[in-house]
Ligand binder design. Structure first.
Ligand code: PLP
Ligand code: COI
Length: 343
């Protein structure tokens, strides 16, 4: 397969349109069969549900080239399931897992020239999304929807790659109790933009959001979940009903337990205990597992003993094992790697 001519090591995390995307339309209670299109633009009513009341949900997953030259996707079935959890919460129609996986396969096959080569550190990011396309003016769900998947080649989400991040505790909240924080709705990201831009303007890489009910517990960042490592090498992750259940986190916890024999605990994590941890990382499809070196809470600085130069020892082991499993260096658990094009 002839690849497009890109500087794979330096493409960064930005939107670069590829040739072909997948589209299926929902009308009269049914999804259409779905097809590929070259048209990256969408024409919809000025009063479409997505434009007026933000009725839109999305997913993010990666396709990449393994050590053996196969093109695969990582656990796309879990993205299909989470998309439907989001759909239910926003009164949108269910999209079958089978059709979702078929759409992924078609998009990756059609854009194989954009799947970065093994070892480049880049991947083909897949963005499935669904939105209300028919007009609404009273506040209610749309009657018609579109489901689409586009793809774009990406490098690391954070510019410094594996350089530890500095986070600040946000004065804004990301998710209300009993709100939509646990689903992947566009509205969660729209309302985080002001907080995110403010954090960057103040020199931080990202925000830490606290639970909105008590503002004492650590939730997540704008686009990734937390992992903390204790002095005795235990992996701790925040338990909360208002964070997005990360597929990367679920995979890392399994890797920690089964591959590395580490003790793992999902529990409430208080802001005031952060100083007790020795390492911190944030995980997600885009972030993979990025180390955090420092957290700033107003005039207080919490510096993890892993420092500002490199990943902590356990974070590094978790990163190496997960990426080893993804890339085919380490045998993956059954069902994690979905083969799309055999070498
Ligand atoms: N938390 C938020 C708010 C996210 O947007 C994401 C990204 O999808 C994650 C966590 C990580 O989830 P995943 O590992 O499934 O990509
Ligand atoms: C992902 O990791 O796929 C996300 O959707 C997070 C976003 C910050 C890019």
């Amino acid at each position: 397969m002839e690849k497009v001519n890109l500087d794979w090591e330096n493409i960064g995390f930005s939107y670069r349109p590829t040739n072909t995307r997948y589209v299926s339309a929902y009308k009269d209670g049914r999804w259409s069969a779905g097809q590929l299109t070259e048209d990256a633009n969408i024409v919809i009513s000025e009063s479409a549900g997505v434009l007026q009341y933000a009725q839109t949900i999305f997913e993010g997953l990666k396709a990449y080239t393994t050590k053996h030259g196969d093109i695969v996707a990582f656990r796309p079935d879990l993205n299909a399931q989470r998309l439907n959890d989001s759909a239910k919460r926003l009164e949108m129609p269910i999209f079958s897992e089978e059709q979702f996986l078929n759409g992924i396969e078609q998009v990756v096959k059609a854009n194989a020239a954009y799947v970065p080569p093994y070892g480049s550190g880049a991947t083909l990011y897949l963005r499935p999304f669904m939105y209300g396309s028919s007009p609404v003016i009273g506040v209610r769900p749309a009657e018609e929807y579109q489901f689409r998947i586009f793809s774009t080649p990406v490098g690391p989400y954070f510019k410094g790659g594996a350089k530890p991040l500095t986070l600040c505790v946000s004065e804004f909240d990301r998710a209300a109790s009993r709100g939509t924080g646990h689903v992947k709705a566009g509205l969660n990201y729209a309302m985080s933009l002001y907080a995110g831009v403010t954090a960057k303007r103040n020199g931080f890489d990202e925000n830490i959001y606290l639970d909105s009910a008590t503002r004492t517990k650590v939730e997540e960042t704008g686009g990734a979940n937390f992992l903390f490592i204790t002095k005795d090498k235990k992996v701790i992750t925040p338990k909360s009903d208002t964070i997005l259940p990360s597929i990367t986190r679920r995979s890392l916890l399994y890797v920690a337990k089964v591959y590395l024999g580490l003790e793992v605990e999902e529990r409430e994590v208080y802001l005031e205990e952060l100083a007790d941890f020795v390492e911190c990382g944030i995980c997600g499809t885009a972030a993979v597992l990025s180390p955090v070196g420092k957290v700033v809470d107003r005039d207080q600085e919490i510096c993890f003993s892993s420092g500002m130069e490199k990943m902590g020892e356990i974070t590094q082991k978790l990163y190496d094992t997960l990426t080893g499993v993804q890339m085919g260096d380490i045998v993956a658990p059954e069902g994690w790697i979905r083969e799309i094009i055999k070498a």
